[in-house]
Design a protein around this ligand. Sequence first.
Ligand SMILES: Nc1nc2c(ncn2[C@@H]2O[C@H](COP(=O)(O)OP(=O)(O)O)[C@@H](O)[C@H]2O)c(=O)[nH]1
Ligand SMILES: [Mg+2]
Length: 624
Amino acid sequence: MFVIGTAGHIDHGKSALVLALTGMDPDRLPEEKKRGMTIDLGFAWLPLSSGEVIGIVDVPGHKDFVRNVITGTQGIDAALLVIAADDGWMPQTEEHLQILNFFGVEHGIVALTKVDLIDDPNWLDLVEDDIRRRLKGTKLSDASIVRVSAREGTNIEELKNSLRELISKIIEKRDIGKRCLPIDRVFTIKGSGTVVTGTLINGSLEQGEKVIIFPGNFSTRVRTLESYKEKTNRAQPGTRVALNLVGIEKEDIKRGDIIFGGEKQIRSSKIIDAKIELIPQLANPLKSNMQLAVYLGTRESLGRITLLGAKALKSGESAFSQFRFREPVATRIGDHFIIRWPSPPATIGGGTVLDPLASKHKLKDIENVISSLQTRSSLEIKDLIFSELAKNQYIEVGNLLTASHFSSQEVTDCVRLLQNKNKLILVGSWAIDVAYWQKQIDKVLNILAREHSTHPLGKGLSQVELENRLDIPKEPFNWLIATLIDSGKIVRKDNIIALATHKPRLSVEQELVVSRVLELFEKERTNPPTKRELAIQMPNSEGIVRFMCQQNMLIELPGGVLFDRKHYEAVKKEIIEFLRSNDTISIQQIRDLFGFSRKHILPLLNKLEEEMVIRRHGDVRMLV
Ligand SMILES: Nc1nc2c(ncn2[C@@H]2O[C@H](COP(=O)(O)OP(=O)(O)O)[C@@H](O)[C@H]2O)c(=O)[nH]1
Ligand SMILES: [Mg+2]
């Protein structure tokens, strides 16, 4: 399904031609009838003999209403550029052509109309030559020119045939499952309530479906759906539609609002990055930080422009730039827009959205930003994925390129393809930048190497500690560790990660300290030192003591009480034997057996309870 839009100077016969083609008068407002002039957008449609219906948007030609032209031109597939034979090329012919160009409209037909007013065929040839010359270098340079008269009906059938031929060349819009309907009209119908109209782009729409309206975030339902005045259950992308919405007041919504499929499809931001181009006949340069009116979808947004890598832009030049809007805008990568001076209003250029969710750039990053925007400007899915990954390092595939003209299936397929070519890392639901992934690997190895060199006696770092030191989500982190273990670079034992090459080793002096510690414990069997006491008695032994605990030579009980591991096992054995013959044991009995004080007995009993060897029963302990 296709929509064409008229374009051309005021009074050149656009509306008359639409009437001649369709039998419908696009000028519907009383004021339009009175003044004989199109003010707002008009709508009509043309059923072709093939059964297909072409939607037609008729735009005003007067220079005061160019913003309505812009609104009507967004979303059209082809243009009908109307030029009166008596007048020839005029200022708004030029301005409308520029708007078509900036919106990327590549298809069109020129209707050279009012030929009934011209008797001299040479004159028509001259006007045609002039038109050809002016179309040169534009997207419509190959457009056919049809000589018509709306008044006398001359060549109207030929024009219809040309339109049919034209649309047969246009590739039908795909349904990418991301509904987007920029609203161009809101009105009420007695008895049915609020109706909105627009050109449906990117997705389809069904009667009864839930929709969300941006920016109000109203959630509503489509009560009835009409396309070209016929009720339909389902509208295809690229059609003009009218929706009757449930429970929405006319005052709640306006031209410029957007109907989306669901909250997940709305991505909005006050800051976007774009590529812009200025018209060739601009008198004053565009300077960074100027206030502009930007036409995105059917909405006019005011914002400031920051030229990236340039202070000012002259006529005909292009540049990457950032827009900072007063209100959030919901756009997608590849959306076209028009920029104008806000007052006095004048079209100065247009552009393409490259990053709909941008953030402020630091001056020192500008070169990187420009190169990343350069990559994005191809608008190719793989370049966009690379650029998103360079920007975010890692991103869930389900959130990748949501604000784009690619379906989630296309994104998933491309991610797989790039993974197969080792151009990105795919871990579970996460896509990860290759360079970033390598950096994380290096980081893990470096952190461990540093840990081993500061704590040569330590086993390594716990997995949690390591995770906290990296900036990477859990799922890819676990995968990273697993990969490094698989490749033999690191080892994991009891959740402690170490370099595979790491062996906790003691020097000769350290061995000496170990034996002195063990001697001390041997000597103080009834009153073994606590951690703190040991640190005072033998300064600088802390690292070794920790090592001895890790190596199971010493055991640490609650409260920092230390035991020689062998002694602890012997005590434990004796208590068990005692309990086998006596059923219970008291603190006093333990004191008698081993000569310990309370300071040691309580942590000892706690530890044995923790090991589920004994349990407490009143003041005594029993076997479990
Ligand atoms: N002689 C002649 N007049 C025409 C033709 N088409 C339109 N007009 C007249 O030109 C004037 C402007 O037409 P209109 O369709 O409103 O122009 P628009 O501003 O481009 O929409 C009207 O008075 C029309 O009657 C035509 O083919 N021949
Ligand atoms: Mg008109």
